[in-house]
Design a protein around this ligand. Structure first.
Ligand code: ZN
Ligand code: FE
Ligand code: FE
Ligand code: ZN
Length: 268
């Protein structure tokens, strides 16, 4: 019943395990598909940062996944990419979109400003740098996420709620952040993932929160359930828990992708 569509490779310099090991883990976990989605290369001067492939490595990434797919036949191995959305760089995403025969493109917000990746432990002090620091970070993140959703460039969006990674959440109802993002996703028919990665981080909960899930279901959005694996042992991690949260919010199906076309699989 499950596919894991958010999976990295050693090309991003912070994941371990060859594609064949991830595929073996997916089969062992009883999944019926796996899809790779390593961090995309970026435009402009390189290296952009120290946690992604270089532009010159993109063909090797595609070849690696295609080879893993051939070796795994008939087990389905999909080709995806986790793309960093940065406002003003939409043209780069359009170029990436035609650079390989993708099954799906994932949109992610990690960067709140040049050189500031919100999930990097290096910047953890910024959450507590002033009385409004966490509120300000969440506002920046969700403004960027909403712009990404409005772009319509992606099949689904990664780990909504990422700024809670280290356990920092603003006071009050978080719906004020979620609502514009959900509305933009509804307008562009963009899906999102329930990511079990948050369970493995200080946040200690799924990305996104249950409240986001409830409103997303009301708005007619569609989901995937993914691990964001950076090691083979993380494949399919806590998918039963994610599926339970999805069902509790009203979801009855998850999305599958091939050639950027959608299918729906029952969550029953
Ligand atoms: Zn990563
Ligand atoms: Fe990410
Ligand atoms: Fe990822
Ligand atoms: Zn990720």
């Amino acid at each position: 019943m499950f596919a894991d569509y958010h999976v990295h490779t050693p090309l991003c310099r912070h994941a371990e395990g060859e594609p064949a090991e991830y595929v073996a883990a997916a089969r062992a976990a009883g999944l019926d598909e796996i899809g790779f989605s390593d961090h995309c290369p970026m435009d402009g001067p390189e290296p952009f940062d120290d946690w992604r492939m270089l532009r010159a490595e993109l063909p090797r990434y595609v070849d690696m996944i295609v080879a893993a797919r051939e070796a795994a036949t008939p087990f389905p191995v999909r080709l995806g990419l986790e793309c960093d959305f940065i406002a003003g760089h939409e043209k780069w995403i359009e170029q990436l979109a035609v650079a390989a025969p993708w099954d799906y493109l994932i949109g992610s917000v990690h960067y709140l400003a040049p050189g500031w990746d919100v999930d990097n432990p290096r910047w953890i002090g910024r959450f507590t740098a002033g009385p409004d620091a966490t509120e300000d970070i969440w506002a920046r993140y969700w403004a960027a996420f909403t712009a990404m959703a409005a772009s319509g460039l992606f099949d689904f969006l990664a780990h909504p709620d990422l700024p809670k990674k280290f356990g920092h959440r603003p006071a009050g109802d978080l719906q004020r952040f979620y609502e514009p993002a959900i509305a933009a996703m509804a307008r562009t028919s963009t899906g999102f993932e329930i990511s079990t990665a948050g369970l493995r981080k200080p946040a200690g909960e799924l990305y996104p929160a249950d409240e986001f899930l409830r409103h997303a279901h009301e708005a007619g959005l569609e989901i995937t359930i993914n691990s964001d694996a950076h090691a083979p042992a993380e494949i399919g991690h806590a998918f039963d828990q994610a599926a339970a949260a999805a069902r509790a919010a009203g979801f009855t199906r998850t999305l599958r992708f091939e050639g950027r076309q959608r299918r729906r699989i029952s969550l029953a």
